[in-house]
Design a protein around this ligand. Structure first.
Ligand SMILES: Nc1ncnc2c1ncn2[C@@H]1O[C@H](COP(=O)(O)OP(=O)(O)OP(=O)(O)O)[C@@H](O)[C@H]1O
Length: 260
């Protein structure tokens, strides 16, 4: 058993307040109700995988958690901070809740190290040397210790994605959000990214992940949330959703993706 698994199983009652609480979230675009009363508690060390059909609202939910999308109503708390409150600075939230997107948006004119250093310098206010050292450490953590001086054009898609992960980790986030981090990558390039994500699971990182990688969901998730038409249909441990779902819609969904 790893340390992180021990930590999860030995949590005491006083420590069980969720790290992230999503409460009755509603979001529409025009007439389309995309999130319809979503509530979800994520505890420290949880790895929650969001699955659901295309257009069910998975990305929108992640974007609300990172304040990239404003909610219509409902609340999201990180600890006791209301992320959605008008006086909460989105930039503070984005340091504490790192996000990795499907599209890899690195600065092309900066090396991997400088891409990671940018936030450390500008947001954390670190001096150049400290930021350089920290960037090296984070790139090492994602297996790119030998690529710190490479420019994005010299890196594979999977390596670029790992630079993006290192950049988010450098902010010391409490939670990491992943929005289909491997779906733009060929299978062989995905594996390095999935290995880094598995390593973060081992380290006990709290993660909310949208992915079609069902092997990661089965092996790495502490919970699976099945979202359909903007509502949570079922949530439970991976064994339940994969093997013994309570809801017919969940069973149909997992059957449909097993034929893909
Ligand atoms: N900025 C936007 N403006 C208008 N409609 C949007 C916007 N973002 C998302 N939508 C719509 O909201 C619905 C849910 O989109 P969302 O991307 O959250 O779904 P998803 O479950 O992540 O889908 P996918 O698996 O295809 O990425 C879709 O119908 C989408 O077209």
């Amino acid at each position: 058993m790893t340390d992180s698994q021990t930590d999860r199983s030995s949590r005491t009652a006083s420590e069980t307040a969720p790290l992230l609480r999503i409460e009755d979230l509603w979001k529409s675009y025009g007439d389309e109700e995309v999130l319809r009363g979503v509530s979800l508690d994520i505890e420290r060390g949880d790895v929650e995988v969001l699955v659901g059909p295309s257009g069910s609202g998975k990305s929108t939910l992640l974007r609300c958690v990172n304040r990239l999308t404003e909610v219509d109503s409902g609340h999201i708390y990180l600890g006791d901070v209301d992320i959605c409150a008008a006086d909460t600075d989105p930039n503070d939230i984005r340091q504490q809740i790192g996000m990795v997107f499907q599209d890899i948006n690195l600065f092309a004119h900066l090396t991997a190290r400088k891409n990671v250093m940018l936030g450390l310098r500008r947001v954390k206010g670190m001096d150049r040397e400290a930021a350089r050292e920290r960037a090296n450490e984070e790139l090492d953590r994602v297996g790119l210790g030998d690529q710190v001086d490479s420019y994005p054009a010299q890196l594979s898609g999977g390596q670029k994605q790992r630079v993006g992960i290192a950049r988010a980790l450098a902010m010391d986030p409490e939670v990491m959000l992943f929005d289909e981090p491997t779906s733009a990558l060929d299978p062989e390039l995905s594996s390095g990214v999935l290995e880094v994500m598995a390593q973060l699971v081992e380290e006990g990182m709290t993660m909310l992940v949208v992915t079609h990688e069902m092997r990661f969901a089965r092996g790495g998730a502490t919970g699976i949330t099945f979202l359909d038409d903007g509502q949570i249909v079922e949530r439970g441990p991976p064994e339940q959703l994969f093997e013994n779902p309570e809801e017919e819609r969940t069973a149909q969904f997992f059957q449909s993706i097993s034929h893909e």
